[in-house]
Design a protein. Structure first.
Ligand SMILES: NC(=O)c1ccc[n+]([C@@H]2O[C@H](COP(=O)([O-])OP(=O)(O)OC[C@H]3O[C@@H](n4cnc5c(N)ncnc54)[C@H](OP(=O)(O)O)[C@@H]3O)[C@@H](O)[C@H]2O)c1
Length: 337
């Protein structure tokens, strides 16, 4: 294969998982502040499937064909002229756009050395989940020792790190998941609630912080379990700060932040762990041979109702705002006109 091309999984039109095809594509070249990475594993996120399906196309149109992927791990192949932190041959992980390919470029500031005890596949699943959870738990909710924290979607790609970070800060953590993941949630150190059998609002009271990764009705039912002046932070859409006012609590949204050195330190000290048993955090292990079959399988898996993006198409079109109630919804529509 020439240095100008590579194998990549990409799509030429929006649609179901079947639009993803394995084919030759131009190999990206690193700019001065970038590294070229030989991708060994690419993380799979709900947003990959949402972008492929065209949910974001109204406000984030893609230039097709598009190579999906937000995060990955691999080996530095070449570094741009301004990059001093990384050398060719070094194992790295981080935000790697277009990671469903043999090669991808990333800003040197967006990747970190891969902790030695994590495989490339494990490391590829960490950046998005851990850094969004960091934003929600540490930067936005500012969780403190002794607080009670409820994490919705505690077994998910973001939730599993939200639980661990809240535990690290010394909080008492309660996590919702399906029953099959209860044991996993308990293994992270949280009390587990099966959302299929137990409405959490019937058993949870007086929490200081709700970290929501699900959205919709889960947010609606969460206001009542918060202490006065408690805070609900969602990552599943945008929530206006005033949404909590009627309930005497605070509301906020969080998204991915800049790569956080302390996350890498926590990983290195094994305070924060990737759990191989976790079904939601997955990666394609490309190894030496790129294959489209596992990519199809992972995108197919995200068709399951509970693995769908938490917001529906209508909500995406409304600009990522969770439809907290009808009044909120009308307000958004009005502003758009
Ligand atoms: N704002 C951002 O920058 C950002 C970044 C990353 C993700 N996100 C969004 O955040 C959401 C979650 O992402 P993710 O990567 O964590 O997804 P994920 O790995 O698919 O996990 C979602 C979890 O939600 C759980 N769940 C589904 N219905 C539930 C309910 N009614 N109550 C409690 N838990 C429920 C599922 O639990 P079970 O598996 O146990 O059924 C699943 O593990 C997605 O919408 C994603 O697009 C936003």
């Amino acid at each position: 294969m020439s240095n100008l091309t590579m194998q990549a999984v990409r799509f030429h039109e929006y649609g179901g998982p079947e639009v993803l095809v394995l084919e030759q594509a131009p190999r990206p070249q690193p700019q001065a502040d970038q590294v070229l990475i030989r991708v060994l594993a690419a993380g799979v996120n709900p947003a990959d499937a949402a972008m492929r399906a065209g949910y974001f196309k109204e406000f984030m149109p893609l230039t097709l064909p598009w190579v999906p992927g937000f995060e990955g791990a691999g080996i530095v192949q070449a570094a741009g002229e301004n990059v001093t932190a990384f050398q060719p041959g070094q194992g790295v992980f981080g935000f790697v756009a277009g990671g469903y390919a043999e090669y991808a470029v990333a800003a040197a500031s967006e990747v970190q050395p891969k902790p030695a005890h994590l495989t490339f596949e494990e490391a590829a699943t960490v950046p998005m989940g851990a850094l969004v959870a960091w934003q929600a738990v540490i930067e936005t909710a500012n969780v403190q020792t002794g607080q009670r924290v409820l994490v919705h979607g505690a077994a998910g790609g973001v939730g599993l790190y939200a639980v661990q970070l809240a535990k690290w800060k010394g909080a008492h953590v309660i996590g919702t998941s399906s029953g099959g993941n209860s044991e996993f949630v308990r293994s992270l150190g949280a009390e587990a609630i099966d959302y299929n059998t137990t409405p959490f609002e019937t058993v949870v009271r007086d929490v200081d912080v709700v970290v929501d990764t699900v959205g919709g009705q889960v947010i609606e039912h969460s206001w009542q379990v918060l202490r006065p002046n408690g805070i609900l932070v969602t990552i599943a859409g945008r929530l206006a700060p005033e949404a909590g006012l009627a309930h005497g609590v605070r509301a906020a949204s969080a998204g991915r932040g800049a790569p956080e050195r302390r996350v890498v330190e926590l990983l290195a000290r094994r305070k924060l762990t990737f759990r191989a048993t976790q079904a939601a955090a997955t990666a394609f292990d490309f190894g030496l041979q790129l294959d489209v079959e596992p990519v199809h399988r992972e995108h197919q898996r995200r068709r399951r109702p509970h693995a769908q993006p938490a917001l529906d198409v209508k909500t995406f079109h409304d600009g990522w705002r969770v439809r907290v109630n009808q009044r909120e919804h009308r307000k958004v529509r009005h502003r758009q006109r």
